[in-house]
Ligand binder design. Structure first.
Ligand code: ADP
Ligand code: G6P
Length: 489
């Protein structure tokens, strides 16, 4: 007789993000190369193993022809991904324009574009229209794949209009929305011309999540101050309908990093790096090349440290791995040249015939090389001017079980709330303070390093991405029941 499969069925989940976990490049007729996308959102969502998850989003490529769309759809299906096709004009207006030139900077406390107010205001409206249209396109694809009982989890600032579009298709859909960036003070959010429409759309979701309690509080204040709604300890209430708003601090799949350190190829990488930088302390920065990461500030602080500590000049190296991102947005292009210019100047000033103080790479590293680099690092430098959470700091801690290196962490990263007790917290705008923290970190006694590391390692290994996803989805399932009860009262 046949054995019955008694495994419990996994919860079906439709995860909707602007960018899929893999990005596609065309390599010929019907041939697609799929590469892992880079960014905190993708890293965190790799922890969805406990769910029967399908991923809906953009594959980062323009595919105008039907054959291309069909072959790409098939290639992505093997990764459980479903594409949303955006044409070039849409990518320009929605992704480069409204998402990355307006919302991303604003949510990180960088004001709306200033150059020409009138032109900005005019293009603002067309970009917002494109944003809404793009969100509608995502909703259509979700609706095509939705089955009763599915949970739909929308992510990030690209898709704030999505909860409303989804509930217009089907008001019984369980919809959650999670923001991976900070949500700024309501005083910042209120400068956005489309401030109310976006808030109202997000409130249509059944559960709204943020990385920290502060971001959740800012969102609730924006709803009370801008929309005149009632904020309660549980969320926001509008005419008897409660939208639950809460903090769900994200984590990483720490086991994946810890296991990787045992692999022969990672050990080989570590050996090479140790030989290459023998006799020098290794400092590390790993970031997308984004203005919110404070890369120029970090490098200037390192320059100040070298200036003030001549005895360290040939005994320390800063490896800054900065993967280019959003390269069609002018602000990002300016940042790339600015960083290159500063690095060149400092290397010219402090370099010798045999060594330079800063190795700056404009590229991404594969997972194994990244783990090896984290493991051999003495001091990691995370100097974000604002950051939703910052998972690089978590990844560094996960790989430091034997070395117990020091983390210098911006107080403006969400991670400062969880790793603050183990890290050296700095204000990245204060170059003098960061420079003296570098000096302190390099000289820190072993027992202090051990204590600080233990604190952070415990946090990183217990607050994982799996736990984060499970908590959010479980609360989403419960919340809808609660919300229905409340409206019936
Ligand atoms: P963000 O989401 O703003 O990019 P996070 O620090 O939260 O910032 O996450 C960044 C993710 O991208 C991490 O998982 C990190 O390992 C990865 N990453 C960033 N820069 C690089 C790089 N140069 N090479 C490889 N991976 C990178
Ligand atoms: C951050 C955002 C993500 C985004 C990632 C990479 O992590 O929160 O939504 O995917 O940056 O940016 P990109 O524009 O390349 O998708």
């Amino acid at each position: 007789c046949q054995r019955q499969d008694v495994r419990p069925t996994k919860q079906r989940l439709l995860v909707v993000t602007n960018r899929l976990p893999v990005s596609a490049t065309r390599r010929g007729e019907g041939l697609w190369q799929l590469e892992m996308s880079v960014g905190g959102l993708v890293t965190a969502l790799l922890g969805l193993k406990e769910f029967d998850a399908r991923w809906i989003g953009w594959a980062g490529v323009n595919v105008p022809d039907d054959v291309g769309r069909k072959t790409l759809t098939n290639a992505l299906a093997q990764k459980r991904c479903i594409p949303v096709f955006l044409d070039e004009a849409m990518v320009h207006q929605y992704y480069n324009g409204y998402c990355n030139n307006i919302l991303w900077p604003l949510f990180h406390y960088l004001p709306l574009p200033q150059e020409d107010r009138l032109a900005t205001t005019r293009s603002f409206q067309s970009q917002f229209d494109a944003y809404k249209k793009a969100n509608q396109m995502f909703a259509e694809v979700v609706n095509q794949h939705y089955e009763e009982g599915d949970v739909v989890w929308c992510h990030d600032y690209h898709l704030m209009f999505l909860p409303k579009c989804l509930k217009e298709y089907n008001k019984n859909m369980k919809v959650g929305w999670f923001l991976h960036t900070p949500f700024p003070s309501s005083e910042i959010h209120r400068t956005l011309p489309s401030r109310s429409e976006l808030l109202r759309s997000v409130l249509v979701a059944d559960l709204v999540g943020f990385h920290t309690y502060d971001y959740a509080r800012h969102f609730v204040s924006a709803c009370t101050r801008i929309l005149g709604l009632e904020g309660t300890p549980e969320g926001v209430e509008d005419q008897g309908k409660l939208t639950r708003v809460a903090a769900f601090p994200i984590g990483i799949d720490s086991e994946r990093f810890i296991r990787a350190l045992e692999l022969p190829q990672v050990k080989d990488h570590m050996k090479e790096l140790k030989q290459r930088f023998a006799g020098r302390k290794v400092m590390l920065g790993v970031d997308r090349l984004d203005m919110i990461k404070g890369i120029p500030q970090k490098i200037l602080a390192f320059e100040k440290f070298l200036e003030e500590n001549p005895h360290w000049r040939d005994r320390v190296v800063l490896l800054q791995i900065a993967v280019p991102t959003r390269t069609d947005v002018p602000e990002y292009q300016k940042l790339t040249s600015q960083v290159h210019e500063i690095v060149g100047r400092i290397n010219g000033r402090f370099g010798t015939l045999t060594a330079v103080p800063i190795h700056h790479l404009d590229r991404s590293l594969d997972f194994h090389a990244l783990c090896a680099l984290y493991a051999v690092t003495d001091v990691a430098l995370v100097t974000s001017l604002r950051d939703g959470m910052n998972l690089v700091s978590y990844e560094f801690v996960a790989c430091q079980a034997s070395k117990k290196g020091v983390l210098i962490l911006s107080e403006f990263a969400g991670a400062a709330q969880s790793l603050g007790a183990g890290a050296i917290l700095v204000n990245p705008w204060n170059i003098t303070e960061v420079a003296s923290s570098i000096s302190y970190a390099l000289d820190m006694p072993a027992d202090e390093r051990e204590k600080r590391h233990q604190h952070n390692f415990k946090h990183v290994t217990t607050h994982t991405s799996q736990e984060w996803a499970a908590t959010f989805v479980s609360e989403l399932n419960d919340t809808i029941v609660e919300a229905q009860l409340r409206t019936r009262q």
